[in-house]
Design a protein around this ligand. Structure first.
Ligand code: GLU
Length: 556
């Protein structure tokens, strides 16, 4: 068959040659060892928390090596596309600090290797489609979309290995061989009738033979050669992922393709296409899907339907960006936590991220661990940083609280400063959403009495202690003198002035100074637990302290 003629018949409008594209998208001028990485999400309006892991690896590898990290939008599946999704992706990733050097941005494309949205690259794909036809590597299939869908279904089954795998494989093979049989006249007639065609690449592999390929995390893999013809273009002329991947990652000069493990079964197809196209394949890293623990503590895939699957949820739940990123890094590199303990003042981005320290089996997402990391991160912040963080969150998620906070910044900051800055800072907040319940009693409008005075203590003693506290309170007392006065009150009502005295001879006392402090705390804050009581009273002021205690006495 005259393949050159066939290629002209199928792609009469393509005049550009692969060589011209090579010149247009030349090798990048980058320092030795610089890595070019990308993430290539489909614009579905949803960004899975699991996507943050490969994205972080890509960003670190590129920026650590003086390379390029770019965003490509893979919108070849128009059924899944959601309007404005590309803008959503750039926004959410920008929010997480994953700055792209190149690619799709909220203001259009940036960089010399675009367009970076696949639907705008159809002409480019057709150049290579024509080349493969001309070389006898690809052939057209004139089918209705339904027929192609059936083919696709078979293709899918091939990847998942269905129960009827053997039969399916046989049926597929026969169908494939039949598809390859056609004459030039048939093609001419189909084209003349205005029929559309899909384009397939002829597989030349022998599945009995293995290709050796190194995955950067999984190591040396041996995968069977591909013996299934690969759909390159669908009948609307739009490429499949396989074809677009090979062309885009070559022309955009990607050095490292870091993607989900679900692409591993297609790797032999991809390597075949790179070979047919005369491209050097990139280095590959296939990342295992993110796992989570179910209610029974068993490992499960973190599916799209699971609570907390959408990265956007974490912002809404009030997790701070630093905490999420810190957590992601902890899971990605086993030595990160140790490094961070040894270098407490260094930035996360100073950490020498290493592929070697990545786990082969993938990451297990554990909310408790995330909360721990997050508490640590927030505990190291200044009161002003916490204030800004919580305001940023409340502005969209709790506007009324935002108003409250911003109406008196100094007051809010003084509350947030309690227990902050020392060697052992308080770890009260895992998310910004935890801040409001923590500080609500400082605001009269939110103040509620959640805990009442202990039932096992004499009410008259409690009343007496509270009254004495008001009577002796002096805002000029320093903390130790203030506490001495509390001890005096304890003694006056028959309680031990030291806890240890009480513990030694419990029969001698009705309680101890800690109980007295608790009476005061409950009367003032409405709870058994609060930050440092001395500081709390200082912030609330004498008047409010007195009012609340008096009201507390009345309730007894
Ligand atoms: N669009 C593909 C996906 O979302 C990208 C995979 C890749 O990174 O190559 O799975």
């Amino acid at each position: 068959m005259d393949f050159l003629k066939l290629s002209d018949m199928l792609f009469p409008d393509v005049t550009v040659t692969p060589d011209e594209l090579e010149l247009k998208y030349p090798e990048r001028c980058l320092p030795e060892g610089a890595k070019v990485t990308r993430i290539a999400p489909s614009p579905t309006g949803f960004f899975h928390i699991g996507g943050l892991f490969p994205a972080t690896v890509c960003e670190r590898l590129a920026h650590q090596s003086g390379g390029v990290f770019y965003l490509r939008i893979e919108d070849t599946d128009s059924k899944r596309e959601v309007q404005g999704a590309a803008a959503f992706i750039t926004k959410i990733l920008d929010y997480y600090g994953l700055r792209f050097d190149e690619g799709v941005t909220a203001d259009g494309d940036k960089g010399a290797y675009g367009p970076y949205t696949q639907s705008q690259r159809v002409d480019i794909y057709h150049v290579y489609a024509k080349k493969l036809v001309a070389e006898g590597r690809a052939y057209p299939v004139f089918s209705t979309d339904e027929e192609l869908d059936e083919l696709k279904a078979l293709d899918k089954k091939a990847e998942i290995k269905s129960v009827n795998w053997e039969q399916d494989a046989e049926a597929r093979r026969e169908a494939m061989l039949a598809r390859r049989q056609f004459t030039m006249e048939q093609v001419e007639a189909e084209l003349a009738a205005g029929h559309k065609f899909a384009l397939f690449a002829i597989a030349d592999g022998d599945p009995e033979k293995k290709i050796k390929v190194t995955d950067l995390v999984k190591g040396l893999l041996e995968i069977p050669e591909n013996d299934e013809d690969v759909v390159l273009l669908k009948s609307d002329g739009i490429p499949t992922y396989h074809f677009a991947h090979a062309i885009d990652d070559h022309l955009m000069r990607t050095t490292h393709v870091i993607r989900g493990e679900e692409w591993l079964p297609s790797l032999s197809k991809h390597l075949m296409l790179f070979r047919y196209l005369g491209f050097k394949p990139p280095k590959y890293m296939h990342i295992a899907q993110l796992m989570r623990l179910d209610e029974n503590g068993n490992k499960k895939k973190f599916s799209k339907r699971d609570m907390g699957a959408n990265l956007e949820d974490y912002r809404k739940m009030g997790y701070c960006v630093d905490a999420v990123n810190e957590y992601v890094m902890t899971l990605l590199n086993s030595n990160y936590e140790e490094w961070h303990t040894q270098n407490p003042d260094k930035d996360r981005l100073d950490f020498p991220f290493s592929i070697k320290k990545m786990s082969v089996s993938g990451c297990l997402f554990d909310t408790e661990k995330l909360n721990d990391v997050s508490k640590n991160v927030i505990s190291k912040m200044t009161a002003a940083q916490v204030y800004d963080g919580v305001c940023g969150y409340a502005k969209s998620e709790d506007p009324e609280f935002y108003e409250t906070l911003t109406s008196d910044r100094a007051y809010a900051e003084s509350i947030l400063a309690i227990g902050r800055g020392g060697a052992k800072p308080r770890k009260d907040f895992a998310t910004w959403a935890d801040v409001k319940p923590y500080m609500s009693f400082f605001y009269d409008k939110y103040f509620t009495r959640d805990d009442s005075q202990p039932e096992d203590k004499d009410k008259e003693d409690i009343k007496a202690a509270l009254q004495k506290f008001i009577d002796t309170y002096d805002e000029n007392d320093d903390q130790s003198f203030w506490f001495e006065k509390l001890k005096d009150i304890a003694e006056q009502i028959g309680y031990a002035r030291e806890t240890k005295l009480y513990k030694k001879e419990p029969e001698k006392y009705k309680g101890h100074v800690g109980d007295v402090a608790s009476f005061v705390r409950i009367a003032i804050t409405g709870r058994q637990n609060s930050p440092d009581l001395y500081e709390v009273i200082k912030i609330l002021g004498r008047q409010r302290m007195t009012d609340r205690i008096k009201e507390g006495i009345k309730l007894l």
